[in-house]
Design a protein around this ligand. Sequence first.
Ligand code: 6GU
Length: 239
Amino acid sequence: MNFHVLTLFPEMIRNGMNTSITGRAIAAGYLSIEAVNIRDFAYNKHQKVDDYPYGGGAGMLMQAEPVYLAYESVVQRIGKRPRVVYLTPQGRVFNQEMAREMAKEENLVFLCGHYEGIDERVLEEIVTDYVSIGDYVLTGGELPSMVMMDSISRMVPGVLSNKESGETESFAGNLLEYPQYSRPEIWHGKAVPQVLMSGHHANIEKWRREQSVIRTAKSRPDLLKKADLTNKEWNYVRQ
Ligand code: 6GU
Protein backbone atom coordinates (compact mmCIF):
# COMPACT_ATOMS: atom_id res chain seq x y z
CA MET A 1 0.00 0.00 0.00
CA ASN A 2 1.35 3.39 -1.01
CA PHE A 3 -0.04 6.42 0.82
CA HIS A 4 0.47 9.89 -0.66
CA VAL A 5 -0.47 12.81 1.57
CA LEU A 6 -0.95 16.32 0.17
CA THR A 7 -0.39 18.68 3.10
CA LEU A 8 1.08 21.98 4.30
CA PHE A 9 2.63 20.09 7.26
CA PRO A 10 4.57 17.11 5.83
CA GLU A 11 6.68 16.72 8.98
CA MET A 12 3.58 16.01 11.02
CA ILE A 13 2.74 13.10 8.72
CA ARG A 14 6.31 11.72 8.56
CA ASN A 15 6.79 11.91 12.34
CA GLY A 16 3.42 10.33 13.04
CA MET A 17 3.61 7.46 10.58
CA ASN A 18 7.25 6.46 11.11
CA THR A 19 6.44 5.38 14.67
CA SER A 20 5.35 2.04 16.17
CA ILE A 21 3.57 -0.54 13.99
CA THR A 22 3.20 1.64 10.89
CA GLY A 23 6.87 2.66 11.21
CA ARG A 24 7.91 -1.00 11.32
CA ALA A 25 5.68 -1.78 8.30
CA ILE A 26 7.27 1.08 6.31
CA ALA A 27 10.77 -0.18 7.17
CA ALA A 28 9.75 -3.71 6.13
CA GLY A 29 8.31 -2.49 2.80
CA TYR A 30 4.62 -3.35 3.39
CA LEU A 31 3.73 0.36 3.35
CA SER A 32 5.15 3.50 1.85
CA ILE A 33 4.28 7.05 2.87
CA GLU A 34 5.00 10.06 0.74
CA ALA A 35 4.18 13.47 2.25
CA VAL A 36 3.92 16.08 -0.52
CA ASN A 37 4.27 19.69 0.60
CA ILE A 38 1.58 21.72 -1.19
CA ARG A 39 3.64 24.87 -0.54
CA ASP A 40 6.30 23.56 -2.95
CA PHE A 41 3.71 24.10 -5.71
CA ALA A 42 2.91 27.74 -4.89
CA TYR A 43 3.29 29.85 -8.02
CA ASN A 44 4.31 33.17 -6.41
CA LYS A 45 7.64 34.16 -4.93
CA HIS A 46 6.28 34.30 -1.36
CA GLN A 47 5.11 30.67 -1.57
CA LYS A 48 1.63 31.82 -0.58
CA VAL A 49 -1.06 29.14 -0.99
CA ASP A 50 -4.12 30.82 0.57
CA ASP A 51 -6.39 33.75 -0.29
CA TYR A 52 -9.63 35.45 0.78
CA PRO A 53 -12.96 33.79 -0.08
CA TYR A 54 -15.09 35.46 -2.78
CA GLY A 55 -18.29 36.74 -1.19
CA GLY A 56 -16.53 37.46 2.07
CA GLY A 57 -16.55 35.58 5.35
CA ALA A 58 -14.08 34.58 8.00
CA GLY A 59 -10.67 33.12 7.29
CA MET A 60 -8.66 32.13 4.26
CA LEU A 61 -9.04 29.39 1.66
CA MET A 62 -6.39 27.17 0.12
CA GLN A 63 -6.14 28.05 -3.56
CA ALA A 64 -6.94 25.53 -6.28
CA GLU A 65 -3.73 25.57 -8.34
CA PRO A 66 -1.08 24.53 -5.76
CA VAL A 67 -3.34 21.68 -4.62
CA TYR A 68 -3.88 20.61 -8.22
CA LEU A 69 -0.16 20.69 -9.04
CA ALA A 70 0.69 18.69 -5.91
CA TYR A 71 -1.89 16.06 -6.95
CA GLU A 72 -0.56 16.01 -10.55
CA SER A 73 2.96 15.39 -9.24
CA VAL A 74 1.70 12.20 -7.60
CA VAL A 75 -0.17 11.14 -10.77
CA GLN A 76 3.03 11.68 -12.77
CA ARG A 77 5.05 9.55 -10.38
CA ILE A 78 2.68 6.59 -10.18
CA GLY A 79 1.34 6.78 -13.75
CA LYS A 80 -2.35 6.45 -12.84
CA ARG A 81 -5.25 8.34 -11.28
CA PRO A 82 -5.68 6.99 -7.75
CA ARG A 83 -8.55 7.47 -5.31
CA VAL A 84 -8.28 10.84 -3.57
CA VAL A 85 -9.68 11.15 -0.05
CA TYR A 86 -10.49 14.68 1.13
CA LEU A 87 -10.63 14.93 4.93
CA THR A 88 -13.58 17.10 5.91
CA PRO A 89 -16.25 17.23 8.63
CA GLN A 90 -18.69 17.41 5.67
CA GLY A 91 -17.76 13.88 4.56
CA ARG A 92 -19.08 10.36 5.21
CA VAL A 93 -18.14 9.17 8.70
CA PHE A 94 -15.22 6.72 8.56
CA ASN A 95 -15.69 3.18 9.87
CA GLN A 96 -14.05 -0.26 9.86
CA GLU A 97 -15.84 -1.36 6.70
CA MET A 98 -14.43 1.64 4.78
CA ALA A 99 -10.95 0.82 6.15
CA ARG A 100 -11.25 -2.77 4.92
CA GLU A 101 -12.40 -1.65 1.50
CA MET A 102 -9.71 1.04 1.05
CA ALA A 103 -6.98 -1.43 2.09
CA LYS A 104 -7.49 -3.13 -1.32
CA GLU A 105 -6.15 -0.09 -3.21
CA GLU A 106 -2.55 0.00 -4.41
CA ASN A 107 -2.33 3.78 -3.98
CA LEU A 108 -4.34 6.22 -1.88
CA VAL A 109 -4.03 9.99 -1.89
CA PHE A 110 -5.10 12.01 1.17
CA LEU A 111 -5.77 15.71 0.72
CA CYS A 112 -5.43 17.65 3.97
CA GLY A 113 -7.09 21.05 4.16
CA HIS A 114 -6.25 23.85 6.55
CA TYR A 115 -7.64 27.33 7.21
CA GLU A 116 -11.33 27.47 6.26
CA GLY A 117 -11.03 24.86 3.51
CA ILE A 118 -10.09 24.51 -0.16
CA ASP A 119 -11.41 26.15 -3.35
CA GLU A 120 -14.36 23.95 -4.39
CA ARG A 121 -13.27 23.73 -8.04
CA VAL A 122 -10.16 21.65 -7.42
CA LEU A 123 -12.13 19.35 -5.10
CA GLU A 124 -14.63 18.74 -7.93
CA GLU A 125 -11.78 17.79 -10.26
CA ILE A 126 -9.70 15.46 -8.12
CA VAL A 127 -11.57 14.20 -5.02
CA THR A 128 -13.23 10.75 -5.16
CA ASP A 129 -14.10 10.30 -1.44
CA TYR A 130 -15.17 12.91 1.15
CA VAL A 131 -14.48 11.49 4.61
CA SER A 132 -14.94 12.72 8.21
CA ILE A 133 -13.64 10.92 11.29
CA GLY A 134 -16.47 11.99 13.60
CA ASP A 135 -18.70 14.79 14.80
CA TYR A 136 -16.23 17.32 16.14
CA VAL A 137 -14.09 19.97 14.47
CA LEU A 138 -10.30 19.78 14.07
CA THR A 139 -7.87 22.41 12.79
CA GLY A 140 -6.80 20.41 9.74
CA GLY A 141 -6.93 17.11 7.87
CA GLU A 142 -3.52 15.79 9.00
CA LEU A 143 -4.67 13.95 12.14
CA PRO A 144 -7.74 12.50 10.38
CA SER A 145 -5.53 11.27 7.51
CA MET A 146 -3.25 9.54 10.03
CA VAL A 147 -6.24 8.00 11.78
CA MET A 148 -7.39 6.58 8.44
CA MET A 149 -3.91 5.41 7.38
CA ASP A 150 -3.42 3.67 10.73
CA SER A 151 -6.65 1.70 10.51
CA ILE A 152 -6.24 0.95 6.78
CA SER A 153 -2.65 -0.21 7.38
CA ARG A 154 -3.65 -2.87 9.87
CA MET A 155 -5.85 -4.43 7.15
CA VAL A 156 -2.89 -4.67 4.72
CA PRO A 157 -1.40 -8.19 4.63
CA GLY A 158 1.95 -8.37 6.47
CA VAL A 159 1.55 -5.22 8.54
CA LEU A 160 0.41 -7.00 11.71
CA SER A 161 2.26 -10.01 13.08
CA ASN A 162 0.24 -13.21 13.64
CA LYS A 163 -0.01 -12.30 17.32
CA GLU A 164 -1.41 -8.87 16.53
CA SER A 165 -3.79 -9.88 13.77
CA GLY A 166 -6.06 -11.78 16.14
CA GLU A 167 -7.57 -8.38 16.86
CA THR A 168 -8.10 -7.55 13.20
CA GLU A 169 -11.76 -8.43 13.14
CA SER A 170 -12.62 -7.06 16.59
CA PHE A 171 -15.22 -4.76 15.06
CA ALA A 172 -16.50 -7.21 12.47
CA GLY A 173 -19.05 -8.75 14.84
CA ASN A 174 -20.16 -5.22 15.81
CA LEU A 175 -19.34 -5.95 19.45
CA LEU A 176 -16.78 -4.16 21.62
CA GLU A 177 -13.78 -6.01 23.09
CA TYR A 178 -14.10 -7.85 26.43
CA PRO A 179 -11.84 -6.79 29.37
CA GLN A 180 -8.40 -8.38 29.65
CA TYR A 181 -5.98 -9.04 32.53
CA SER A 182 -2.32 -9.93 32.92
CA ARG A 183 0.02 -10.54 35.89
CA PRO A 184 -0.08 -10.01 38.83
CA GLU A 185 -3.15 -12.01 39.83
CA ILE A 186 -4.04 -9.40 42.48
CA TRP A 187 -3.34 -5.69 41.94
CA HIS A 188 -4.50 -2.87 44.29
CA GLY A 189 -6.65 -5.51 45.97
CA LYS A 190 -8.45 -6.37 42.72
CA ALA A 191 -8.38 -10.02 41.66
CA VAL A 192 -8.50 -11.31 38.08
CA PRO A 193 -11.99 -12.79 37.39
CA GLN A 194 -11.95 -16.44 38.56
CA VAL A 195 -13.19 -17.89 35.28
CA LEU A 196 -10.03 -16.70 33.51
CA MET A 197 -7.89 -18.69 35.96
CA SER A 198 -9.98 -21.84 35.55
CA GLY A 199 -8.42 -23.14 32.33
CA HIS A 200 -11.95 -24.04 31.20
CA HIS A 201 -11.91 -22.73 27.63
CA ALA A 202 -15.63 -23.02 26.89
CA ASN A 203 -16.50 -21.07 30.05
CA ILE A 204 -13.87 -18.46 29.27
CA GLU A 205 -15.29 -17.94 25.76
CA LYS A 206 -18.81 -17.70 27.19
CA TRP A 207 -17.73 -15.12 29.79
CA ARG A 208 -15.88 -13.04 27.20
CA ARG A 209 -18.85 -13.02 24.86
CA GLU A 210 -21.12 -11.93 27.73
CA GLN A 211 -18.75 -9.12 28.67
CA SER A 212 -18.63 -7.95 25.04
CA VAL A 213 -22.40 -7.85 24.83
CA ILE A 214 -22.75 -6.03 28.17
CA ARG A 215 -20.11 -3.43 27.23
CA THR A 216 -21.63 -2.82 23.84
CA ALA A 217 -25.10 -2.41 25.36
CA LYS A 218 -23.70 0.10 27.85
CA SER A 219 -21.53 2.33 25.67
CA ARG A 220 -22.58 1.63 22.08
CA PRO A 221 -26.20 0.43 21.98
CA ASP A 222 -26.34 1.62 18.34
CA LEU A 223 -23.97 -1.23 17.39
CA LEU A 224 -26.18 -3.95 18.91
CA LYS A 225 -28.71 -3.75 16.07
CA LYS A 226 -25.98 -4.89 13.67
CA ALA A 227 -24.56 -7.54 16.04
CA ASP A 228 -25.71 -11.13 15.78
CA LEU A 229 -27.23 -11.69 19.26
CA THR A 230 -29.05 -14.80 20.43
CA ASN A 231 -32.53 -14.42 21.97
CA LYS A 232 -31.02 -15.10 25.38
CA GLU A 233 -28.46 -12.34 24.89
CA TRP A 234 -31.18 -9.89 23.80
CA ASN A 235 -33.02 -10.73 27.00
CA TYR A 236 -30.24 -9.85 29.38
CA VAL A 237 -29.33 -6.76 27.38
CA ARG A 238 -32.89 -5.47 27.75
CA GLN A 239 -32.91 -5.68 31.56
CL1 6GU B 1 -11.75 14.81 8.32
N1 6GU B 1 -11.31 17.26 9.25
C1 6GU B 1 -11.47 18.24 10.17
N2 6GU B 1 -10.86 19.42 9.97
N3 6GU B 1 -12.19 18.10 11.26
C2 6GU B 1 -12.78 16.91 11.42
C3 6GU B 1 -12.67 15.85 10.52
C4 6GU B 1 -11.92 16.07 9.42
N4 6GU B 1 -13.38 14.81 10.97
C5 6GU B 1 -13.91 15.21 12.11
N5 6GU B 1 -13.57 16.47 12.39
